[in-house]
Design a protein around this ligand. Structure first.
Ligand code: UFG
Length: 322
């Protein structure tokens, strides 16, 4: 059985669904501070904080073979305001999880990492061996967690895969689960709020970047493609006695303006677009080179930006009908 921490959240719930479709049994551990119990539609559920001693009970009660670790805080802006919260939950609590895994002889671990470990990259597209220079506490908390995993693996009888996500987006095509952050800060759901009339307009954070249209470029990757990568990473840990780190992106960059235009096209709705100040800490361009995971694990993303927005829009319409 696989333990999925944070399985009631956005990426965790989509991966939990995909794991079941692939024939795996799971137990989700989530304290529901960000997640939703009704997103756990597959496998067992334990309402528990992964940083607490209660986690030991979960290991006692279930026959756990490996852990996929999503539970974390992930807002860059909040991390700048409250760095300790991020270091405690994302780093220190992960050490608690690793300690308990050791106690129970569980030797396979997958980490949700992030492109934020690269900071302002010198070269685009970004490969895994690019310099790691996080520019905010969120990226830093994941960076040091990766370092802790490296040391843990050096001790032996433990392997990990760290998956560095670029911009996770899109939703389950059946609309059983989706993206529901509170507060929402991500571009696509905010643009769709404008399309559906929940917001008057969308603001572009800066149009004076050194990019073709002046707005920031990001690499958007469908959450189901991320889910598929976790399954391939788990199979890799089962079959190979080694640890590894992979980027996860589509390898194609879209500017904020291009994303807004795609949302207008998919929804058929028009809305006001304003230009606002730059948001602190936003690198101009982040595009992944995901060649390594393609070659090593045979992972290829299936969905493009249009399909990402279509799936997000379907979910958005459903949520706003209720
Ligand atoms: N943006 C706007 N207006 C908005 C919201 C966002 O212009 O109302 C812009 C941002 O400035 C950025 C782009 O849209 O240029 C994407 O912003 P998101 O907030 O959707 O995503 P980020 O690229 O900031 O963050 C993502 C993940 C983080 C991760 C980071 C790595 O959500 O967890 O990538 O850099 F840390």
């Amino acid at each position: 059985m696989i333990l999925v921490t944070g399985g009631a959240g956005y990426i965790g719930s989509h991966t939990n669904k995909a794991l079941h479709a692939a024939g795996y049994d799971t137990v989700v551990v989530d304290n529901l501070c960000k997640g939703y119990e009704n997103f756990v539609k597959w496998g067992f559920f334990e309402d528990c904080d992964f940083g607490s001693g209660d986690l030991r009970e979960v290991f006692k009660n279930y026959d756990i073979d490996g852990v996929i670790h999503f539970a974390a805080f992930s807002s860059v802006a909040e991390s700048v305001q409250m760095p300790q919260k991020y270091f405690k939950n994302n780093y220190k609590n992960t050490l608690n999880l690793l300690k308990i895994m050791r106690e129970f002889g569980v030797d396979k671990f997958i980490l949700s990492s992030t492109a934020a470990v690269y900071g302002n990259p010198k070269q685009i597209p970004i490969t895994e061996d690019s310099e790691l220079k996080p520019i905010n506490p969120y990226g830093h908390s994941k960076f040091i967690t990766e370092k802790a995993l490296e040391r843990e693996a050096e001790k032996g009888d433990f392997n990990y895969v760290s998956l560095r996500y670029f911009n996770a987006a899109g939703c389950d095509f059946d609309c059983e689960i989706g993206e529901l952050h509170d507060p929402e800060t991500h571009l696509i759901p905010l643009v769709l709020d404008a399309a559906i009339g929940k917001r008057d307009s969308i603001s572009i954070f800066g149009d004076d970047y050194d990019t073709p249209d002046g707005t920031c470029i990001r690499d958007y990757i469908h959450v189901n493609d991320l889910a598929d990568a976790h399954i391939k990473a788990y199979e890799y840990l089962c079959n190979e006695n080694e640890s590894n780190i992979f980027n996860l992106g589509n390898g194609e960059g879209y500017s904020v303006r291009e994303v807004i235009d795609m949302c207008k096209k998919v929804t058929g709705c028009d809305f006001e677009v304003k230009i606002d100040e730059r948001r602190e800490g936003d690198p101009a361009v982040l595009i992944a080179d995901s060649t390594k995971i393609h070659e090593k694990l045979g992972w290829t993303p299936q969905y493009d930006l249009e399909q990402i927005v279509e799936s997000a829009w379907k979910w958005h319409e459903k949520m706003n009908k209720i």
